[in-house]
Design a protein around this ligand. Structure first.
Ligand code: FES
Length: 83
């Protein structure tokens, strides 16, 4: 999310990056091993906002909560260039 913002893209968010709204959720396409493990807080909020099935796929992560430890590729609806 920060990399996208730095490159001039808007990344949807809604809770000041507190991990509560899940608006920043992304699908990890490649490099999932270079993300921190999902913590209890992230997991609990994904379940609360998107249902229990949301945490069955490890590729769904909150951009504001996952710590990136290398290059990854993600998909995110709603990302657009700042005008
Ligand atoms: S910005 Fe709200 S959960 Fe990430």
């Amino acid at each position: 999310m920060e990399a996208a913002n730095a490159a001039g893209y808007y990344w949807p968010e809604g809770c000041s990056r507190n991990g509560e709204c899940t608006n920043c959720a992304m699908d990890v396409i490649a490099g999932i091993g270079r993300l921190s493990r999902m913590g209890r807080y992230e997991r609990a909020n994904l379940i609360r906002q998107r249902g229990r099935s949301s945490v069955e796929d490890p590729r769904l992560r909150l951009a504001c909560q996952a710590h990136i430890e290398g290059d990854i590729v993600v998909a995110k609806r709603g990302v657009e260039a700042h005008s």
